[in-house]
Design a protein around this ligand. Structure first.
Ligand SMILES: Nc1ncnc2c1ncn2[C@@H]1O[C@H](COP(=O)(O)OP(=O)(O)OP(=O)(O)O)[C@@H](O)[C@H]1O
Ligand SMILES: [Mg+2]
Length: 351
C-alpha cells in the first residue's frame, strides 16, 4: 500500500470550469474511500468557494469562513503563509480545520487549510519578496516563497498516517496560483466543451511547461525560466476532466466535437512532451488510446450540484429526495444522485 504523501492540484487557466466543485466532491469521496489516510484541501483561491462548501455551504459556511479570516492569526492560507515568512509558523494542525467539527456530514479524516480573500491583498507583498535581489549566492528568495505550500505537503497531520492533498486554485496565474501549482505532484485539468476551454489548454502548457517560442525580453522573467533556475519540479498531468454541465452543454454532438478537439490538443502536447504526463502502463499510439488513459467525462450534477454547494453535502452522502435551499424545496431523485455518485467514484478510483 502506498504510504507516502501525495498531492493533486486542480487548475485550468480558464475560470468557471468546475475546479472548486470538483475539488469538493473528489476530496470528500477520496477521504471516505481511504480511511487510512488524512485528506487536506488547500484552498489557494481568494474566492474560497471550495472552503465554503466544506464548511457546510451557503450562508452558514460563509459565516464560519469569515470568522477564520478575521482571527488575529487567520486560520487560513494567509495565516499559514505569513507565519511561515516571518518564521513563526506552528504545527500545520494550528492552521487546519477538521471539517467534521463544522460540517458533520463529512468524514473525520478530511481537513481544510481555508481560502481567504486577503490572499489577493498579500499577493503583491509575496511578489516583492520573491523578486528581492539575493544578498548572496545562497539566498534564494524566489524559491523560498514559491515552496511555502509545497513544503506543507511534506508534513503529516497525525502520526503514521499518510496525507493526500487536494489544492484548489484560482484561474489566474498569479503568485499564489504558482505556489499551488508547484505544490502539486499531479495536475487535474477540468475543461468545459467550449472554444475558450480549448485555447486554455495551450495557455496552460505555455505557462507551466514553457512554449516553443521564447520572448526576447520577457522570457527571463517567466515562471518556467525561474523554475529551471531554481531546479524545482512541476506537477505531471494526471487527468483531463471533461465537465459537461447544462449551462455550457448545448447539443450532445456539439459537446463531443469540442471535447474531441480538447483531447486532440492535449494529445498533441503528449506526443511532443511525454515527460509532462504521469507514468502509465498502457501503450498509447493513437488519440483514442490517449483519451482512454488521460481523460474522463463528468456528467451534469443538475439539482444535486445545487444542494451540494449550498448545504455542503457531498454527492456520496445525499440520501434524501428533497432538500431545502434558501427556503426552496429542491428535488434530487435517487436515480440522479446515484449517477452523480458514480461519476465521482470513477474519478477517485483513478487517482
Ligand atoms: N458537473 C456540474 N454540474 C452542474 N453544475 C456544475 C458542474 N460543475 C460545476 N458546476 C457549476 O458551475 C459553476 C462554476 O463551478 P465552480 O465554481 O466549481 O468553477 P471554478 O472553476 O472553480 O470557478 P472559478 O474559476 O471562478 O474558481 C458553479 O455554479 C457550479 O455549481
Ligand atoms: Mg473556484
Amino acid at each position: 500500500m502506498d504510504s507516502t504523501n501525495k498531492s493533486y492540484v486542480i487548475w485550468n487557466n480558464k475560470g468557471g470550469v468546475g475546479k472548486s466543485t470538483i475539488t469538493f466532491h473528489i476530496a470528500c469521496v477520496y477521504a471516505e474511500k481511504n480511511p487510512q489516510r488524512d485528506v487536506v484541501v488547500i484552498d489557494m483561491c481568494p474566492q474560497a468557494n471550495c472552503s465554503t462548501m466544506l464548511l457546510g455551504g451557503g450562508r452558514g459556511g460563509e459565516k464560519i469562513l469569515q470568522n477564520l479570516i478575521s482571527l488575529d492569526t487567520p486560520r487560513t492560507v494567509v495565516g499559514y503563509i505569513t507565519d511561515t515568512i516571518i518564521k513563526e509558523n506552528k504545527e500545520p494542525q494550528h492552521y487546519l480545520i477538521r471539517v467534521r467539527e463544522e460540517n458533520n456530514k463529512l468524514p473525520g479524516n478530511i481537513y481544510l487549510l481555508s481560502g481567504d480573500g486577503n490572499l489577493e491583498l498579500i499577493a503583491p507583498l509575496l511578489s516583492r519578496r520573491a523578486e528581492a535581489e539575493p544578498i548572496s549566492e545562497k539566498d534564494t528568495p524566489w524559491k523560498n516563497i514559491h515552496l511555502i505550500i509545497k513544503n506543507l505537503t511534506k508534513e503529516s497531520i497525525s502520526v503514521g498516517r499518510p496525507v493526500t492533498f487536494f489544492i484548489d486554485t484560482n484561474p489566474s496565474f498569479s503568485i499564489y496560483t504558482q505556489l499551488g501549482i508547484i505544490a502539486g505532484d499531479f495536475l487535474l485539468v477540468p475543461i468545459n466543451a467550449d472554444d475558450s476551454s480549448i485555447f486554455a489548454i495551450s495557455g496552460l502548457f505555455n505557462l507551466i511547461y514553457g512554449s516553443k517560442k521564447k520572448h526576447p525580453v520577457y522570457d527571463k522573467y517567466t515562471f518556467v525560466t525561474r523554475i529551471k533556475e531554481n531546479n524545482l519540479d512541476r506537477p505531471k498531468i494526471h487527468l483531463l476532466l471533461g465537465n459537461r454541465f447544462t449551462q455550457k452543454k448545448g447539443a450532445a454532438h456539439a459537446f463531443k466535437a469540442l471535447s474531441n478537439e480538447a483531447t486532440k490538443k492535449m494529445h498533441e502536447e503528449y506526443i511532443e512532451n511525454k515527460r509532462w504526463f504521469r507514468d502509465h502502463n498502457t501503450s498509447i499510439t493513437s488519440q483514442n488510446d490517449f483519451e482512454t488513459e488521460f481523460t474522463i467525462e463528468l456528467r451534469d450534477f443538475n439539482s444535486a450540484g445545487v444542494v451540494a454547494s449550498n448545504l455542503g453535502i457531498p454527492l456520496s452522502l445525499m440520501d434524501k429526495n428533497l432538500y431545502e435551499v434558501y427556503g426552496e424545496q429542491i428535488q434530487v431523485a435517487k436515480e440522479q444522485r446515484d449517477k452523480c455518485k458514480e461519476t465521482i467514484d470513477k474519478i477517485v478510483d483513478r487517482l
